[in-house]
Design a protein around this ligand. Structure first.
Ligand code: PNS
Length: 188
């Protein structure tokens, strides 16, 4: 029987419960699923690829047929390299559709043998995106239930470090101004 291997490409900065929901659904549909993190030198991500990989590996540890990998360049080239025949992508709302359709058709043009399969995460995650999670966390809002606990901790750690850094930057400057510390010249 033909085994179907799929890749689930994305930025995952950070991975969310919506991603995890899709991974779980994908793991039931495909024989093998590779969560593929794009290494994009042009983007300035919040989390390093190594951090994202570790988070995703921990999140997917219970799924026997799911692995995590990183890639550079075209998604279709990576899919061919790992001998996958399908690309899994999530559609949360109609607003995702246009971009996803465009990507799927471009990928089909580049590699007609690869099929893109769209799946919908649970409705409760339909408004969850990595971008909003980053923004809410950065502004001190609660992201509980939107990301797995380990991701929440990692985000908090990042925010604490950023906060400390910012506070240090705003400390009053105790360095004496130029010349201030020099002993005053005695009047002639
Ligand atoms: O999680 P994201 O940011 O929505 O994922 C987008 C991703 C990584 C799937 C897309 O940007 C991508 O495939 N990039 C790799 C470069 C590529 O193949 N570009 C052509 C896509 S049609």
């Amino acid at each position: 029987m033909k085994r179907i291997k799929a890749i689930y490409p994305g930025s995952f900065d950070p991975p969310t419960n919506g991603h995890l929901d899709l991974i779980e659904r994908g793991s039931k549909l495909f024989d093998e699923l590779v969560v593929a993190i794009l290494q994009n030198p042009e983007k300035d991500p919040l989390f390093s690829v190594t951090d994202r990989r570790r988070m995703l590996e921990a999140m997917t540890a219970d799924f026997d047929n799911v692995s995590v990998d990183t890639f550079e360049g075209l998604t279709v080239d990576y899919a061919l390299r790992v001998e996958a025949t399908a690309i899994l992508r999530g559609i949360r709302a109609i607003s995702d559709y246009e971009y996803e359709l465009q990507m799927a058709l471009m990928n089909r043009k580049l590699q007609p043998g690869l099929e893109t399969v769209f799946m919908m995460p649970a409705e409760k995650y339909s408004y969850v995106s990595s971008r909003l999670v980053r923004e809410v966390a950065q502004l001190g809002g609660s992201i509980a239930c939107l990301v797995p606990e380990l991701v929440e901790h990692k985000l908090r750690e990042k925010m604490d470090v950023a906060h400390k850094f910012e506070s240090a930057e705003h400390l009053p400057d105790k360095t004496p101004p130029e010349g201030k510390s020099k002993s005053r010249k005695k009047k002639a």
